[in-house]
Design a protein around this ligand. Structure first.
Ligand SMILES: NC(=O)c1ccc[n+]([C@@H]2O[C@H](COP(=O)([O-])OP(=O)(O)OC[C@H]3O[C@@H](n4cnc5c(N)ncnc54)[C@H](OP(=O)(O)O)[C@@H]3O)[C@@H](O)[C@H]2O)c1
Length: 298
């Protein structure tokens, strides 16, 4: 081992969605293990609070806004340099009524998928990245019978159009975005062989902020579900899931590139998620959409 290797610090970790839930726990865990973590969140106060609580560096990022994504990417790169140990694309949202970004895209697809691809492209163009983890969900796979509607076909133009009113149509964008996350992880693994890329399912974690845009009855059930469901196999806690995510981030959980990890184990993702032609087209269409949005904001 060289002197440099003995004394070198681990390369920084970038974590989106670090202000609550599994992201906040993962940031704290990684900082305690000696990593420089840059966490993001949408609100300056929430970001400052999470940065104080964990010892991470905070950056404001709204994945719904292409201008915010580019600004945040520049700030992250300025605070980290040309080498990143891991990028954890973990932020997520879920809605139950048609909701659009200021430039008219359906919010769940825009935040969970499009904004993350934009951020990733900007980071990987300027830094060497050892590991990329994209947080998906078991809901991407209809065979898992999670109770969520089935993902829609991966036609990006249709997915970014806000749906008709109705809770199911809006909720359906969530498992759809999570299928896009898995397809995207596998596609990046093929395009960036230097980076180890993982799609990660943290398991069902009742009580997190994920349902903050849902009606009151939904949020009440979500908060109360934890103790009732704790005995079921796929139910877990943000603290437990953060252990697996942190281990994927620092490489102590060593996995091959292009795999899906659930409950800490490499398992098969859905049949639809393994369609390489669909993944290639989705990624190319997403890159084109990112450029159109940039051009539109000038
Ligand atoms: N909870 C579950 O049961 C479950 C199950 C499977 C997968 N997941 C996935 O796990 C990930 C973390 O979820 P969680 O349950 O920990 O939820 P959470 O507590 O709500 O955390 C979500 C994070 O995403 C950020 N975020 C939301 N909208 C954003 C936007 N427009 N731009 C940038 N960041 C945004 C939030 O930041 P602000 O607070 O600053 O807005 C927050 O830090 C998500 O990808 C979710 O889909 C969750």
């Amino acid at each position: 081992m060289t002197l440099d290797a003995t004394f070198s610090e681990p390369a920084p970790v970038v974590l989106t969605g670090g202000t609550s839930g599994v992201g906040l726990r993962t940031a704290g865990r990684l900082v305690r293990a000696g990593h420089h973590v840059v966490l993001t969140g949408t609100r300056p106060t929430g970001v400052a609070r999470a940065a104080d609580a964990t010892g991470a560096t905070g950056v404001v990022l709204d994945l719904a806004s292409p201008a915010s994504v580019d600004r945040a990417a520049d700030e992250i790169l300025a605070r980290t340099g040309g080498r990143l140990g891991a990028v954890l694309l973990n932020a997520g949202t879920q809605v139950s009524a048609p909701t659009a970004t200021p430039d008219g895209l359906e919010i769940t697809i825009a935040v969970n998928h499009v904004g993350h691809v934009q951020l990733w492209e900007r980071l990987r163009a300027a830094a060497l990245v050892d590991r990329l983890v994209i947080t998906s969900s078991g809901t991407h796979d209809p065979a898992q019978r999670t109770g969520m509607p089935e993902p829609l076909p991966m036609v990006l133009d249709d997915l970014v159009r806000p749906p008709a009113p109705g809770i199911t149509a809006s909720l359906q964008r969530y498992p759809t975005s999570k299928l896009a996350n898995v397809l995207t992880a596998y596609e990046i693994a093929r395009r960036s062989p230097r980076t180890t890329v993982v799609a990660y399912d943290p398991g069902l974690m009742p009580g997190t902020g994920l349902v903050r845009h849902q009606p009151t009855w939904f949020r009440t059930v979500w908060r109360g579900l934890g103790p009732l469901l704790a005995v079921l196999p796929r139910v877990t806690t943000p603290a437990a899931s953060s252990r697996h995510l942190a281990a994927l981030a620092d490489g102590s959980r060593d996995v091959p590139t292009g795999v899906y990890v659930s409950g800490g184990r490499v398992v098969a993702s859905s049949v639809a998620s393994r369609d390489e032609e669909v993944a290639r087209r989705l990624y190319d269409d997403t890159l084109a959409l990112v450029e159109r949005r940039r051009a539109a904001v000038g």
